[in-house]
Design a protein around this ligand. Sequence first.
Ligand SMILES: Cc1cc2nc3c(=O)[nH]c(=O)nc-3n(C[C@H](O)[C@H](O)[C@H](O)COP(=O)(O)OP(=O)(O)OC[C@H]3O[C@@H](n4cnc5c(N)ncnc54)[C@H](O)[C@@H]3O)c2cc1C
Length: 527
Amino acid sequence: MGGNGPAAENAALIDALIEAVGLDHTTTSTDAREVASQDVYRSGELPLAVVSPGSTSEVQAVLRACMRHNTATFVRGGGMSYTDAYLPDRKQSIILDTSRLTAVREINARDLYATVEAGCTWAVLDEVLSEYGLRSVFWGPMSGRLATVGGAMAQGAVTFGSGRHGPSVNAALGLEVVQADGSLVITGTGGQPEHSAFLREYGPDLTGLFCADAGALGVKTAVTLRLEPRPGAGEGLSFAFDEFTELVGAIEAVSRFGLVTEVFGAETALMRLAAGRAALKQDAGKLLAIMRGASGPVQALRTGLRVALGGRRFLNTAKYLVHFLAEGADAGELRMILRRIRRAVGGRGVEVANTMAEYARAAPFPDPMIVGHSGRRLLPLHAIVPFSRAVGLHEEYLQYLEDMREECEEKQVDAYVVYSVSGKAAFLWEVVIYWDDEWLAFHRRYLPDEVQGVVSEGQANPGGRELVERMRVDLIELMYRHGAAHLQIGRAYPYARDRDPGALELLRTVKRQVDPKGLINPGALGI
Ligand SMILES: Cc1cc2nc3c(=O)[nH]c(=O)nc-3n(C[C@H](O)[C@H](O)[C@H](O)COP(=O)(O)OP(=O)(O)OC[C@H]3O[C@@H](n4cnc5c(N)ncnc54)[C@H](O)[C@@H]3O)c2cc1C
């Protein structure tokens, strides 16, 4: 700080930010700072300003100003996370919001890559690429209507494409990253003159170094993604199971051969709760989308009727549900793959109406539901484990939940398990905790239009909130004991804990190199 005192120093910082990005894109209003400093789970400190640069050079200017004024920068993409990942931990900070970095810079349909700015959402990118008959090999998380390409590279995500290609970061061919002093790093073959950005694997994997870094190693301003042709045919299959062991066995058998592009599912108890008015209202929109996607009006009516009638009847019976989305180059190949999936599941489960699978295919990017059924608050916590450890993890969790049952009932807290995969050999297990509570400004801001007036805010429930926080800590410990890895590390998961000392020191050395004052996403990764 200079000799003029903190207030004058901060005024000088704001002036520098305005000079960097313009007055219209530098916000100091309390409301905007409040929403930006909250995530799905909770609130951080109020930053001094929220700035929205519109180009790489503006990002560079913002970071230079922050470094000069010893101010931390917390980077926010779509804001759709819940691991304190961009929440300021100090007042002397700004939030750098990437929502204006949306350009699709290049699509190379022949060489199968596209370079896109980090604030572009997955939904927008997919729409643009569909005009070329292409898509990114990882093409988005379910929150992709608001979640950004940069966010998924910084913290890692799974869902669309993950059955075959694993997490989001596997789609990255190269990155453009701004370091704390404003200097630029370009990774991948795009970083050499006379070369295009078509390849990641050339020398040490510097792209990988910046992937899933929780934003600790700089601000990603652009990402080059690996593309593939869109499939000619697709269909979802759904199965119900009574035993968790059978469910895991079926997902493992299907995944190991890369038969499916997406896998997702949940305890049916959660689906029953979620099948209330809000879901029905959302389903109506998705049903229309399914019918619009059908090949002709008669086919549309038949598909619509089948899906609507299939409805949610099976929710009353089995304990677990899973949906497999499969694709083929044409109808013939798809039929063969569907047969192989049914054979791999075998007698473990029962095939049920594929309503939800078809909804997901028709409307992959609905407005993200940042509160639960009927407006309850929610917190997802996940673990990625090898298939061999999935059942052990789940059983210890069930025992834990049983031990907590009375307190949960008393404080209106519930938890349900959902699951997915990350590639062919990793099971993604997630518990979603729900509790009655008041909303944050964040929830009011991002509540989807279609459920406005259908779900409502609860009463303040400090006891429930305290219990959820205790369960969060306990469950992360439980996952650690089962050897879990995580996406969305942020400041929630123990990435650095007991890590090989050589690897940790190397990472800390890199952090010191790219961010000597520790001003970018401080605390992220725990390094
Ligand atoms: C309803 C709902 C559905 C979801 N579905 C899925 C799902 O299907 N799969 C899944 O994996 N996750 C899912 N999520 C979690 C989350 O939305 C995703 O992980 C998503 O990728 C987050 O992206 P974002 O742009 O919102 O990132 P943010 O939440 O804004 O940021 C996440 C982290 O990335 C950093 N960051 C963001 N942009 C940059 C950048 N340009 N440079 C450097 N660092 C950056 C931030 O600092 C922060 O640490 C879901 C969440 C919700 C609420």
